[in-house]
Design a protein around this ligand. Sequence first.
Ligand SMILES: [Zn+2]
Length: 307
Amino acid sequence: MIQSQLPPQMHVFVRDWLSANHVILRSEAGAVVIDSGYAKHVPLMLALVASRTGLDGRPLAKVINTHCHSDHIGGNAALRRAYGCTIAVPRGEAPLIAAWDERALLYAYADQRAERFGVDEILAPGSTHVWGDLQWRALAAPGHATGALVFFNDEHRILISGDALWEHGFGIVMPPEVDPGALPATRATLEMIAGLDARHVIPGHGEPFADVEAALERAFARASAFEADAMRTVRHVLKALLVFSLLDRERMALDELPGYVGRVGVFRDFNAMYFRLPPAQLAEKLVGELERAGAVHRADGWLMPRR
Ligand SMILES: [Zn+2]
């Protein structure tokens, strides 16, 4: 899908795996932005948002989050400082933000950074909103995040899917021992999305896409693979989180990796729960699998992401 197929008041900034995409919806009532990226990219995000808001003298009125992982909310506080805008989060995520639950939100627990912010508006599943002169239904999309929402516009059949559906997969899902409801919810969310008959999907990461059926087929296949093999889910979570940290840090010293997986909460706890390996062996296992998948490479004592 190309930008020209979207309503003119809608603009998508496609970002990367460290920062979620930003969706801008402009209107007379003021622009809104959906998802604000990761803390590291705040200056770039502010420049991108400024390039599309205020063009008609209407600054940013609101920032909205599909869910509250660090790569979606990292610019919330900065946007409020810059524009005095309000912040709206899904109802299921609001208590975690109020408590700043760094474990449930995978912040410090997964070695991720986020600037704390307050919530002005709570988005209930099933509620309807007018953003950018378009009607959006907020639909519960649990799985990757329990409280996640997706936003659907019936008129143009556009789905803003967050991390519930990407062109090739979906965001990490916790294994059954950690959250027994996560995988069943993931499947139910995919079924809900299949029932929408969306024409365009704007995912949290990657290019917007129109072949929704093929994406759903791949997502259902991935869900089945996770359902069939809990350890695959466990390894996928840790590998995805390690790559995220690597993108954040840009490189990590290989000889510090055992200390890292022994220290950072999610690696330490998953190791105790599932692998019971010396940290150096767990680090080698994860790095080896990522290397074979072409996601990372080692050079001169450093581990680096392949971009
Ligand atoms: Zn994300």
